[in-house]
Structure formats: structure tokens, C-alpha cells
Design a protein around this ligand. Structure first.
Ligand SMILES: CC(C)(COP(=O)(O)OP(=O)(O)OC[C@H]1O[C@@H](n2cnc3c(N)ncnc32)[C@H](O)[C@@H]1OP(=O)(O)O)[C@@H](O)C(=O)NCCC(=O)NCCS
Length: 242
């Protein structure tokens, strides 16, 4: 990805009206960058242009673009016109959209981008890759609080650790305090690998589930209440990398 041109975007995610959570996934390809560039504000385009690596610029553009697309649909206005507030902890919030009505979460890793939308349910999402470099001491601290028999079903220790990391990150993002929470405040008991598991962040109960992703990627979604309707959609099924 080289530069971001100001174009118009006519893509729609099609947010479901019913209560529940949906996760859309896509690769941060140049095609997606081109399709979403028109959703971004001038300030966002400048911020993205300052990123040194082309891969990071593409991921940031797709992630911000999808966030705006979802926020715009929820608010019934063009993506570009969505006002963005940041909490003191860094979480972006669309102006005029309470988290309890419609909540948004984004994550990106190794060229894969996820946007999660919760209707009537607060959430946090996180993606990682089997070979992502995460500091050893940080992992060790985080893994302590994420326990449970279902983790033993993952034979590869690196994959298991990265899943625990994603679970932790999804929870601290759902809470909204992100890196301002210490690992000791986050616990989860993983009893089922592909269903909802109870977790606690600073005493508050959340539910967390592993996401089914393509080979090499790990991911988790944390929600305020376990929703029966969790849909995971690959945005462009014809994408050869997807
Ligand atoms: C932001 C954070 C929560 C996740 O970042 P990450 O995994 O590096 O990156 P991801 O791609 O998964 O997510 C980035 C997105 O998270 C969102 N985000 C940022 N701060 C957030 C917060 N406090 N709460 C929820 N979401 C947040 C933003 O939408 C951001 O996208 P943007 O930069 O385009 O706006 C991370 O910085 C963090 O707090 N990690 C906690 C782990 C940690 O280091 N703990 C300390 C000891 S182990």
C-alpha cells in the first residue's frame, strides 16, 4: 500500500437488527484499502501515512475504515461523517452511539482484520498469530489468569499461549481500560474451546469465546452476556488469501 486516495465508498456491512454479536473478517489487501479509503477522515489518513511499514498502513486503513462503516450504519449516516471520541484509555467511540445500544471492536494481526459489532451487547475482540512476537514475561503474567481444562485440548504450547493472550486482550478491550488494567485483574476459566466461558475483569463478569479462524491465526471475542447469535462472516469469500 503506498498512499490513500480520497475516494467514495459504497460498501455496506449490513448490520443485523436482532440482538447479538457479529464478527466480520477480511484481509488488509490493497483492494480493501482502496474500497475503504473514502471512509477515512483527513486526520486518519495523515496518521496512517506516518506508519513506516506498508503492511501496518494497510491494516490500519482497513481497520479504521471498517470501524467507520459499522458506526455509520448503526447511526444511519455516511461513514465519513461519524464523529470519533477517544476514552482516556484509548478506546474509540462513535459520537452519539452508546456502547449498550451498539458496541464496536476492532483488531488486526498479520494482515487479517476483524470488526466486531454487538447489538445490545458490549464486546471486545482480539486477533493474534501463532508466530506473533509477544514479550515472554508479559505472556507468562497473562497466562496465569487464563486457565481451564479445555486449554489442554491445544497440544501446541505456542498456539495455547497466543490464544490465552487473545482472550486476555479481548477482555481488557471489552472492559475498555486496555493496558491500564494489570494482568492480575483478569481471570477466565476455559471449560469449552468453542463455546462461551465465564471470565472476570476487576470483579465484573464477562463471557469469552474462541473465534474460528484460518490456519495460523488465533482470536477471541469477549461479551457482556453470552449471546446465542454469534455470526462470523468472511467479508470477501472470494479473496484467495481468506
Ligand atoms: C489497545 C490494546 C488494548 C490492544 O492493542 P493491540 O492488540 O496491539 O492491537 P489490536 O489491533 O488488537 O487493537 C487495536 C484497536 O484496539 C482499540 N482500542 C484501543 N484502546 C482500547 C481500549 N482501551 N479498549 C478497547 N479497545 C481499544 C482501537 O480501536 C484500536 O484500533 P485503532 O488503533 O485503529 O484505533 C493494547 O494496547 C493493550 O492495552 N494491551 C494490553 C496488554 C498489555 O500489554 N498488558 C500489560 C501487561 S501484560
Amino acid at each position: 500500500m503506498d498512499t490513500l486516495a480520497e475516494t467514495s465508498s459504497s460498501i455496506r456491512l449490513g448490520l443485523p437488527a436482532a440482538e447479538g454479536a457479529t464478527v466480520w473478517l477480511t484481509r488488509a489487501t490493497d483492494e480493501w484499502v482502496g474500497r475503504l479509503a473514502g471512509c477515512l477522515s483527513a486526520e486518519e489518513r495523515d496518521d496512517i501515512a506516518r506508519l513506516a511499514r506498508s503492511e501496518d498502513r494497510a491494516e490500519a486503513a482497513v481497520s479504521r475504515g471498517l470501524w467507520r462503516l459499522a458506526a455509520g450504519e448503526a447511526l444511519g449516516k455516511p461513514a465519513l461523517r461519524v464523529g470519533v471520541e477517544r476514552t482516556p484509555y484509548g478506546r474509540p467511540l462513535p459520537e452519539g452511539l452508546p456502547r449498550t445500544r451498539c458496541d464496536l471492536g476492532v483488531s488486526h494481526a498479520r494482515g487479517l482484520v476483524a470488526i466486531a459489532v454487538g447489538h445490545g451487547v458490549r464486546l471486545g475482540v482480539d486477533l493474534g498469530h501463532r508466530y506473533s512476537a509477544v514479550p515472554e514475561d508479559a505472556i507468562a503474567q497473562v497466562v496465569e489468569g487464563i486457565t481451564g481444562p479445555a486449554l489442554e485440548l491445544i497440544p501446541d504450547p505456542a498456539e495455547r499461549q497466543m490464544l490465552c493472550w487473545c482472550i486476555f486482550e479481548a477482555l481488557v478491550k471489552a472492559d475498555g481500560r486496555g493496558m491500564h488494567l494489570s494482568p492480575g485483574m483478569v481471570t477466565a476459566e476455559i471449560r469449552t474451546l468453542w463455546g462461551w466461558n465465564m471470565a472476570r475483569v476487576a470483579g465484573t463478569v464477562w463471557w469469552v469465546q474462541r473465534l474460528r479462524l484460518q490456519e495460523g491465526y488465533l482470536g477471541a471475542l469477549a461479551v457482556g452476556a453470552p449471546c446465542e447469535d454469534l455470526t462470523i462472516t468472511q467479508l470477501d469469500a472470494t479473496d484467495p488469501a481468506g
